[in-house]
Design a binder for this molecule. Sequence first.
Ligand code: SF4
Length: 429
Amino acid sequence: MRIGNVKVQLDRDGNRTFNKAGMHDFLGRFVRILSDAYNFNFDLEGRIHRIDGFPSPHSWDWLQRTMANDWIYYDKVWTHGGIPHPASIIGDAAWAVNGRTDLPMLAGHKGLDRDYVAKAFVAFDALIGDIRDWLRDRPAVHSESGTETASAMDANRLWDFLAKAAKHDREHLQQVADKLHSIHGHMRVLPPDTIHVDYRVILVKVMDGCVNDCGFCVARGEAPFALRSKSDIDRQIDALPEIYGSDLCNYNAVVFGECDALASPLLEYAARRSFDAFRCGASFHLGSSLFFFSTNKTLCEAPDSTFDMLDALPFENVYVNIGWEAATDAALARLGKRQTAAEVTAGMKKAGEINRKRRKVKISGNFIIAEELHSGDIIHAIRDTRYCGQLYLSPLRGACSGRKALNDLHDIRRVNTDVTVHLYTMQRM
Ligand code: SF4
């Protein structure tokens, strides 16, 4: 439909598999408003989700907002210094630049700090102002071509949606994020596998904090280690659907916080309740996924029955991410990680066996890379343990160049075709 020069497209269907590699890289169900040069994509509750329409040569880029009200700059063509396409480095077709935890090869990327980004935000603010004026003045609504008057039914649907969008100016969007955080708190780093769903996850905390205190940690929250009770898990799961509202259909994935969810005796309970309450099986997106971190110690101590339980969950995929970080005692000590190389090897061996044997449980692992750390140690551990599965490399902040990160990535990749390796792109909730 059309109001003046502005077009509103209700009922837009994007990609259902989170694939951003094609020309058609819009994901999920959304409502689009085309105004001046911009495409404003709103979620089904009228909250801005994505803004496209930057001037050339940035016309492939876009801005995307999370439910935690973080704006992320998506860039498909950043090739500064001749770095390869992001798909071969991070496993996705676009760099998600957040300005906080970006990879070293994104050094110099201005992200949100660009004139045309500021202009897009101004255009969004102006659009919300226009929508409020329309709701007051009720101008004529026409078909998209502008030749016919829209039916009363279509016009009513349009006004209903615009009434939702009008509420969600930037201040109100922050209030929604604050309410969300008042339910479950923050999660400083999402598990790396959440890149498979473009970080579109619903968070439930089954525990807080971490038993470790690694020197390099950017993931541990403020709270001390503690397991959440059944009633607290229920409280979160009961409160979240109201915030997501009709946009719940755009979510098929849940992340359990915080750093050692496998330690929670209520994991199965929380997983089954989340799957039902968030209707993960009825999502617009294909499949369904559960993501969480575990410490290596918890992984090693977990009996087979734990993985039987995970394999029997209603989610199609269960991703567990382990922080191995380094493969020698010297490197672990240098990083301040209270873990021995023997423990890392035991964890990698167990993870490889699970990945070979299990249907839906997938264990992935993280290693830190830095100028002073040798990728050969990781290669040796992979060979020694016959690890197979996904690994993520995290360049140590300020201590790893983009070139070193790429070299380590390629060296480790050459070892074993059963191991997939990418760099970790850290996002938060
Ligand atoms: S185990 Fe992970 S979350 Fe815990 S302190 Fe170490 S790096 Fe941080």
